[in-house]
Design a protein around this ligand. Structure first.
Ligand code: ADP
Length: 203
């Protein structure tokens, strides 16, 4: 069985992580952020070192290792019973981030909805990334050149992922606004998806 999934999609700083984490607090949703998984890996391991190298340049970790790591983590969460595929809608943020990753993940996930956080204000996004760098001590958001690089990588490698999926799965949500308003707009799409596919809820 493939995991029933909602993708949080958007440029760096669009708020995927913030909104994904909020959804993850609601029973029946399981949130997983690929960036958080990477940041939690011990920096002394090979994968931890690779992550630090790529991310500090604003680049993506190679596709095959990323998807393998993702599959391992989700397998572990399932074994531990944190994530219950039969009862929980999986909310992924930060993965798939390339068309190649999307292809590799097709056998594992059934994408039911894509929340595309749209931002038409580049200056606002860059400000958010700078503020986050200060607040969360993110090495990849601290440098203007790295932020710019991450933005280019999004445009060139990540945005094309949208074309991998059927157009009618994609819901555009304005990512400029109060967190409550954005959550409200996201729930408009995600709640009916959950209701349609799941009948049992476990608290
Ligand atoms: P943001 O929320 O700002 O988009 P993330 O926390 O999701 O950033 O990711 C931080 C960094 O982790 C990325 O710049 C990249 O180096 C690495 N990373 C995260 N997810 C992936 C992925 N799916 N594929 C490759 N690299 C990734």
């Amino acid at each position: 069985m493939r995991f029933k999934t909602v993708l949080m999609f958007g440029a760096p700083g669009a708020g995927k992580g913030t909104q994904g984490a909020i959804l993850g607090r609601i029973p029946g949703f399981f949130h997983m952020s690929c960036g958080d998984v990477f940041r939690n890996i011990d920096v002394n391991t090979d994968l931890g070192k690779a992550f630090y190298e790529y991310s500090s340049r604003g680049e993506l970790v190679p596709d095959d290792v990323t998807v393998k790591m993702w599959a391992q983590v989700i397998g572990a969460r399932t074994a531990l019973g944190n994530y219950k595929p039969a009862a929980d809608l999986l909310v992924l943020d930060g993965i798939p981030r390339t068309v190649e990753q999307a292809g590799l993940m097709d056998e594992h996930i059934e994408v039911l909805k894509i929340i595309h956080l749209v931002c038409n204000n580049e200056t606002e996004m860059f400000d958010r990334l700078r503020r986050r760098a200060l607040k969360e001590n993110r090495h990849d958001d601290a440098d203007e050149k790295v932020i710019r690089k991450r933005w280019d990588v999004y445009e060139n490698e990540t945005r094309p992922v949208l074309e991998h999926y059927s157009r009618d799965l994609i819901a555009d949500v304005n990512s400029i606004g109060s967190p409550g308003q954005i959550l409200h707009d996201i729930l408009d799409y995600v709640v009916p998806t959950q209701d349609k596919h799941f009948t049992t809820f476990e608290g």
